[in-house]
Write a protein that binds this ligand. Structure first.
Ligand code: HPA
Length: 272
């Protein structure tokens, strides 16, 4: 089936369950899943029930779409994302973003867990993403371009909307959260980085490193959506002082930062 048709089918299924006009979408990364508890008048749709949706496999990542009210806004939250390292095609990783746009949503908040490469950061910090570097070795827009979605050569001069970046910073300030900002360098994973890789990633301008987000942000930009990205810095990824890292540690730090992360996202949503 053609991508346009597939997106339309998924959209039709979602609107058959709830035909409301959404204000924004949120992709929930590691540690932010519990924000679902704050969404009122919820409807949950399992990914496996949505035609064309891939199904997530990583422990700690649920696989459902949540529709409801958050801070007075109609939101669509994706609880569980598809990672390139799981073996999904880039078109699958980014399929939900195509569907979000088809639902008429123009603004998206994308969240993730990332390693901190900027020595001014600490584990547990939140970072507003100001820009990214795609080092995943692939790009979701390679292949046939669908002019219905966007141009062959999309502009990326403001991949992360400046107004939303400023909103993120001002909301953090209002809440007394000491938020960082910087450049997210995306790698494919699933390996964490070697010290030599971290030295390179820092040297090319990365403040944080992670294995997600960039495909979704590229596709959102292809469709002219406004993007806000926030990373939870779950570990320090500094070449000269690198400690062994595992996924459990990432999840543990993300959970420690969860309350702060949720309150920041809620404040941003209420002002979007
Ligand atoms: N590297 C890559 N991805 C990550 C990291 C990291 O240190 N922490 C969380 N996601």
């Amino acid at each position: 089936m053609d991508l346009l048709e597939k997106v339309q089918k998924a959209k039709n299924y979602i609107t058959s369950i709830d035909n409301c006009k959404f204000d924004l979408a949120i992709i929930l990364g590691t540690g932010l899943g519990s924000i679902v508890n704050d969404i009122e008048n919820k409807k949950k749709i399992k990914y496996k029930d949505i035609p064309g949706f891939p199904v997530s496999t990583v422990v700690g990542h649920a696989g459902e779409l949540i529709i409801g009210d958050l801070m007075g806004k109609k939101v669509l939250a994706l609880n569980g994302r598809f990672h390139y390292y799981e073996g999904y095609e880039m078109s699958e990783v980014t399929f939900p973003v195509r569907v979000i746009k088809a639902l008429g949503i123009e603004k998206i908040i994308v969240t993730n867990a990332a390693g901190g490469m900027n020595p001014d950061f600490s584990a547990g910090d939140l970072m507003i993403i100001e820009d990214h570097i795609n080092l995943m070795g692939n790009n979701p827009l390679i292949g046939k371009n669908y002019e219905e979605f966007g141009p062959r050569f999309p502009d990326m001069s403001e991949a992360y909307n400046k107004d939303l970046v400023n909103l993120g910073k001002s909301c953090a300030k209002k809440l007394g959260i000491n938020v960082q900002s910087g450049v997210y360098a995306a790698v494919s994973g699933p390996t964490y980085e070697t010290p030599a890789e971290l030295r390179m990633l820092r040297n090319v301008g990365g403040d944080a490193v992670g294995m997600s987000t960039v495909p979704e942000v590229i596709v959102a930009n292809h469709m002219n959506m406004k993007v806000l990205g926030i990373s939870c810095i779950t570990d320090m990824a500094i070449a000269d002082n690198l400690k062994p890292l595992d996924h459990a540690k990432v999840v543990e730090t993300a959970n420690r930062a969860m309350v702060k992360f949720i309150s920041l996202v809620k404040e941003i949503v209420s002002n979007m």
